[in-house]
Design a protein around this ligand. Structure first.
Ligand SMILES: [Zn+2]
Length: 406
């Protein structure tokens, strides 16, 4: 059990207030702060406080994987199989999807053979792993995820009353299934510049007209999102594609699970995110980063889905468990009340305990460790029975470990 200091990542879409506020630093921060990484990812490992010094968690795990990871090393090798983050999106992230394990193995091998350096920005596949991910909202969290029921999308497109959209709405109405969605998405995302420069402004005008119209506006959230995306990424075909996706708002505590092939874009909010320890992202737009539409089309799952929201299940130990099929990770949330008896984190190691509100005191065999909001603790496989209690008021913590049930 050791204190773990997260690695702060600054991206343009980050927030100048959310992470600083959470960690008790002055606001606004000097740079937009997007992510706080708690993991052993080679790109930016968290640091373990070791006496007066600090060591990277990657070094700690690699130096003694049997002690640190225990039986997990037999399944996943000598590395932590997940990455835990706090994410703060002030502006939308790219439109993206992640590959399946089989697609990642083939893609990684192919890019290796063609000699693209593994750290090149042109690289799609930086490793041979899939990247299932789960985000749990800390405040209201807005996202686009998965293709909407095509019948509803046809209604949305017709409601915009844009003559240039008629042909596309009728195309989808004639084939309201995954094949129709594939055709429409592919057409839009590969639209020649000249056609896009006519269609997109007309659609945006339709969006403005729709919002200012009379009567109930059932698609107002979807339409407003399209306008906001166009503001940040003018002329981007991803704005049209966004009209095909489920628009969802997570309330605090709700989760969103994204499996391979699910097209998504986080729009706004603060959340705890856990994912397989991979960097494999296929982008389709809404970003200045590398976009590879043909490869994205290869991995996308066009099957329409309902809102992929995950409600946590109450565990006997008082935790709220987010159940997903991912073998690499499991995530549990604990809301600790002030002055309550300590709870027992029975299976916390190997894993990370992250404090997201208040202050938590961890104890083990008479030893204690105080974890402030925005900080975490590394729990090795050798650490047994950790107890946790809130100090000086209510607190919240997340326990991230490997998905044992799978
Ligand atoms: Zn993603």
């Amino acid at each position: 059990m050791q204190e773990l200091v997260g690695a702060l990542r600054s991206y343009a879409w980050g927030s100048r207030t959310a992470l600083a506020q959470l960690c008790g630093r002055p606001v606004p921060s000097a740079h937009p702060e997007a992510e706080l990484w708690f993991g052993a990812h080679p790109a930016d490992p968290a640091r373990v406080k070791d006496g007066d010094g600090r060591r990277s968690l990657l070094d700690v795990v690699s130096a003694d994987p049997v002690r640190e990871l225990g039986a997990v090393a037999d399944t996943f090798g000598a590395r932590l199989p997940f990455l835990l983050k706090i994410l703060a999106a002030e502006e939308p992230l790219s439109l993206q999807a992640h590959p399946s394990s089989a697609q990642a193995r083939v893609g990684f091998e192919r890019e290796n053979r063609s000699g693209i350096p593994v750290d090149s920005p042109l690289r799609n596949y930086r490793d041979d792993s899939h990247k299932p991910e789960l985000v749990v909202a800390l405040d209201r969290f807005e996202a686009l995820a998965g293709f909407r029921d095509p019948h509803r999308t046809v209604e949305l497109l017709r409601a915009l009353a844009v003559p240039g959209l008629d042909v596309y709405a009728e195309l989808l109405a004639a084939q309201p299934d995954s094949a129709g969605l594939r055709t429409l998405f592919t057409t839009w995302i590969t639209l020649p510049a000249a056609a896009l420069s006519t269609l997109l402004p007309a659609v945006l005008e339709g969006c403005v007209r729709y919002l200012s119209g009379k009567g109930p506006r059932e698609f107002s959230a979807e339409v407003r999102t399209a306008l906001e995306l166009a503001e940040v990424y003018p002329g981007d075909a991803g704005v049209l594609a966004a009209l095909l996706l489920n628009r969802l708002t997570l309330e605090p505590g709700q989760g969103l699970y994204l499996d391979a092939g699910n097209l998504h874009a986080y729009l706004h909010g603060v959340g705890v995110e856990i994912m397989a320890n991979s960097d494999n992202v296929l982008r389709g737009g809404l970003t200045p980063k590398h976009v590879d539409v043909p490869e994205l089309l290869r991995v996308l799952d066009f099957e329409p889905i309902d809102l992929p929201v995950i409600e946590p299940e109450l565990d006997p130990d008082g935790g709220a468990r987010y159940r997903t099929p991912a073998p690499e990770f499991a995530l549990c949330r604990f809301d600790l009340t002030a002055d309550a008896e300590p709870i027992v984190l029975a299976d916390a190691g190997p894993g990370i305990v992250l404090c997201t509100a208040g202050t938590v005191e961890l104890s083990q065999d008479g030893r204690t460790l105080t974890v402030e909001c925005g900080s975490a603790a590394w729990i090795s496989a050798a650490d047994s029975e950790i107890k946790a209690r809130a100090v000086g008021g209510a607190a919240q913590l997340f326990s991230a470990c490997v998905g044992r049930e799978n």
